[in-house]
Design a protein around this ligand. Structure first.
Ligand SMILES: Nc1nc2c(ncn2[C@@H]2O[C@H](COP(=O)(O)OP(=O)(O)OP(=O)(O)O)[C@@H](O)[C@H]2O)c(=O)[nH]1
Ligand SMILES: [Mg+2]
Length: 295
């Protein structure tokens, strides 16, 4: 049975409503890939099993590049990264859309320290072809490489760029459906893998909002379902899904937080950087970490 060269699913000709269907016997792509590639249609799948994918990756035993973006980094993502037993590196893609004042070398060192990572942490941009030589070196040195990570992080785009392959890529979740083996020059092999579903924190195109906000006691800052006011200066690093507004305070909020300088408040669509010590009231418990942004 042949596999779709776009997403890796087994091609079948019987059931139009099941994955892998193709109406034409000689087709290299399944109908779902055809629709994504030509019409940019979103065709959802709902049977992603992270632990099944991680088990298969661990059995394959290749050097593993775990691809993510900056906003997706939180405890659950790093725990998933650490559950990979192969030699590995954390690859942070889409760095071209990060604010230019962020020094990548500082970010790398901070992420290693805050999350206690001894493996390499490498920023790249597939779209702008930035720092891809580091990935090329890792592939040359290790020969067998597994590209894995959160859905939408740019794994298939990276392989296409490096190997000239024609994997299906899209802005939607779970484009790649099965493991795909791609052979390169010099006996190198790279595996594309189905994306993991870890959190909804994804940075797809750009930071729609990244700016500094001086808190006071008269106005409440609302970011998604978090409400805060108080004394402090915060910088918001949010993705395009974040909903932000301010309004005049009418009531007190329940939680009092004394926040140390250089902390991040982690929220669903990004994080909020607190540079100096701050006194903040909030409507819920804050999830804090030592900042990965601090310079
Ligand atoms: N801004 C930006 N977007 C990128 C970059 N690399 C990939 N993308 C976009 O990210 C989206 C997802 O890319 P894919 O290559 O399909 O991601 P994937 O990790 O293979 O996703 P799954 O197959 O679902 O696991 C697409 O819209 C890409 O164009 C990058 O360097 N910068
Ligand atoms: Mg993919």
């Amino acid at each position: 049975m042949s596999k779709c060269v776009g997403c890796g699913v087994k091609i079948q000709y019987e059931d139009e409503n099941a994955l892998g269907y193709s109406p034409k016997k000689e087709s290299r792509y399944c109908q779902r890939c055809f629709k994504i590639r030509h019409y940019n249609l979103e065709i959802k799948v709902d049977n992603v099993d992270n632990s099944d994918i991680i088990n298969k990756i661990n059995k394959l035993k290749g050097y593993t590049l775990f691809v993510t973006d900056l906003l997706s980094i939180n405890d659950s993502l790093i725990n998933t990264f650490k559950s990979i037993k192969n030699n590995k590196a954390l690859i942070i893609n889409k760095c071209e859309i990060l604010p230019k004042n962020l020094k990548l070398s500082h970010l790398e060192a901070n992420i290693k320290r805050v999350y206690d990572i001894s493996d390499e942490v490498i920023f790249i941009s597939v779209r702008k072809s930035l720092y891809l030589n580091k990935i090329i070196d890792l592939i040359q040195d290790n020969k067998i490489v597994i590209m894995c990570g959160e859905t939408g992080s740019g794994k298939s785009s990276l392989i296409n760029k490096l190997f000239g392959s024609d994997l299906t890529t899209s802005e939607y979740d779970n484009t790649t459906l099965d493991f795909i083996k791609i052979k390169g020059e010099d006996n190198t092999i790279v595996y594309d893998t189905p994306g993991l579903i870890i959190n909804s924190n994804k940075l797809n195109y750009f930071f729609t909002r990244c700016y500094t906000f001086k808190l006071n006691n008269k106005y409440v800052l609302k970011v998604d379902d978090l409400l805060i006011y108080g004394k402090g200066v915060v910088t918001l690093y949010l993705n395009q899904h974040a909903d932000r507004s301010t309004f005049k305070r009418k009531v007190d909020l329940e939680y009092t937080n004394v926040i140390n300088k250089n902390s991040d408040i982690i929220i669903n669509n990004g994080f909020i950087f607190v540079k100096a010590n701050a006194n903040i009231k909030s409507n819920k418990e804050l999830l804090l970490r030592d900042s990965i942004i601090k310079q």
